[in-house]
Design a binder for this molecule. Structure first.
Ligand SMILES: *Cc1c(COP(=O)(O)O)cnc(C)c1O
Length: 425
């Protein structure tokens, strides 16, 4: 099927490559079915939430100035809380990225002299700066505000090290325990909902007074349950990832217990102002709400794409994580390309497969927030939108690429073919 259809166009793929792709595709029928079941479950969840909260056309109208009485903003906050399973949520285009949202959340929960402990090892690259872990830590990072930071490394298999976590939490009695669900761009394992539920129970038993903060980036709609259903105080995500469905133009959310979310609203705007202010440009509400409506479908395309990529590159002889049959808790696929040349060809291939800027020849470069040269393919409608087909790779041994996204599944198949073709030629 793939071979006949794709040969109608002028990509000129190697025949064996197309035959491999077809074989891999056919072998994954059961896995795709498993993803479809998750998709249906999440799609019905979102539709039911929209109906029960009474979505109406007036919710799409924007606001100006202080943004008082912005009914679309209030509706979307409630909708998101319902879908994520939390008591409360704030979703705003004013948060410039996931990192910004996470910083607001941590700043909400932490006071000077408090201790923050990450129990999932070193957090995502861009968080090193907001915490103050890098040498060039910026002013106003958490450590410079007098917050103590400790982390408990993951164990050798890339999972939370429960013995050490217990010891450290008992000793440090932290105000905030930080958990990252997704693997991010690292070789650790992503926590599934089930693993996360065990971990949250464990933390609650060891230090019942600590607040729990979850970095939920890349996790939404990959499983049928959301971590918001667990006993978590505050969690953060980005709308240019999963919950934006590819339509949301920017922004992030904080969701969790009412008390913590209310407090976070003063960090978002200003003490005394809170969540009832902040104008929304005309047209934005529809993009966010329709984006959330589409998110279960686009995340499902991305998840199928990740499974296909995993199997396709495994079949070509590369080490992959997760493997095609492993349970997934996010949309990221790690592919170990072994050499610098392969890595760069791969990411260039993904760029070439994009619909925006597909003619651009990428080169590795230094990026703000990262400590080493990186190469990123993001031929996306939304700048840096990584629910869209994209790839990121630090250019350093062992030369692993991180592939994610795909608003449509066929596009991810095409991306894999172009990347593989670029490697072999
Ligand atoms: C994407 C991501 C973030 C935030 O990154 P931004 O680029 O600022 O949106 C944080 N943590 C994880 C695990 C992520 O994947």
């Amino acid at each position: 099927m793939i071979k006949q259809i794709i040969n109608n166009y002028n990509w000129n793929f190697d025949n064996t490559l197309l035959e491999n792709a077809q074989k891999v595709y056919d072998s994954l029928e059961k896995d795709f079915k498993r993803i479809d079941e998750i998709y249906y479950s999440n799609q019905f969840k979102v539709i039911s939430a929209m109906q029960s909260l009474g979505l109406s056309e007036h919710h799409f109208i924007g606001s100006t100035g202080y943004g008082y009485g912005d009914s679309g903003r209030e509706f979307f906050d409630e909708l998101l809380a319902k879908v994520l399973g939390t008591e409360s949520a704030i979703a705003r285009h004013q948060w410039v990225s996931g990192t910004h949202t996470i910083f607001s959340g941590l700043a909400t929960l932490l006071n000077p002299k408090d201790t923050l402990v990450s129990i999932t090892g070193r957090p995502y690259d861009t968080l090193a700066k907001i915490i103050g872990l890098s040498e060039d830590a910026p002013e106003n990072c958490l450590i410079s505000k007098g917050i103590n930071y400790k982390e408990v490394p993951l164990n050798n298999s890339g999972r939370p090290d429960l013995n050490n976590i217990e010891k450290q939490l008992q000793k440090l009695k932290p105000s905030v325990v930080f958990i990252q669900k997704s693997r991010g761009y690292s070789s650790r394992k992503t926590l599934t909902y089930y693993e996360l539920s065990k971990l949250v129970d464990f933390v609650r038993k060891v230090t019942p007074n600590s607040k729990i903060f979850l970095d939920n980036c890349y996790g939404e709609f990959v499983e049928t349950s959301e971590p918001g259903e667990l006993d978590i105080d505050l969690m953060a995500g980005s709308f240019i990832k999963n919950p934006g469905g590819g339509l949301a133009p920017c922004g992030g959310y904080l969701a969790g217990k009412r008390e913590s979310v209310e407090k976070a609203s003063f960090e978002l705007t200003a003490p005394g102002l809170g969540r009832d202010m902040g104008a929304t440009p005309e047209g934005y509400h529809r993009l966010f709400i329709q984006g959330l409506y589409l998110a279960p479908s686009t995340v499902c395309s991305a998840a199928k794409g990740a499974i296909f990529s995993s199997a396709f590159f495994q079949n070509l002889g590369y080490e992959v994580s997760p493997t095609p049959k492993e349970n997934r808790g996010d949309i990221i696929q790690e592919i170990n390309l072994n050499t610098k040349e392969n890595l760069i060809s791969f990411v260039k291939g993904i760029q070439k497969a994009g619909v925006v800027d597909s003619h651009i020849e990428l080169e590795p470069d230094q990026m703000p927030g990262y400590d080493h040269p990186v190469i990123m393919a993001a031929g996306t409608f939304v700048q840096g939108g990584s629910l869209e087909l994209s790839a990121d790779a630090p250019v350093r041994p062992p030369y692993k690429a991180y592939l994610q996204g795909g608003l449509t599944f066929p596009h991810v198949i095409l991306g894999n073919l172009i990347a593989a073709q670029k490697i072999i030629t």
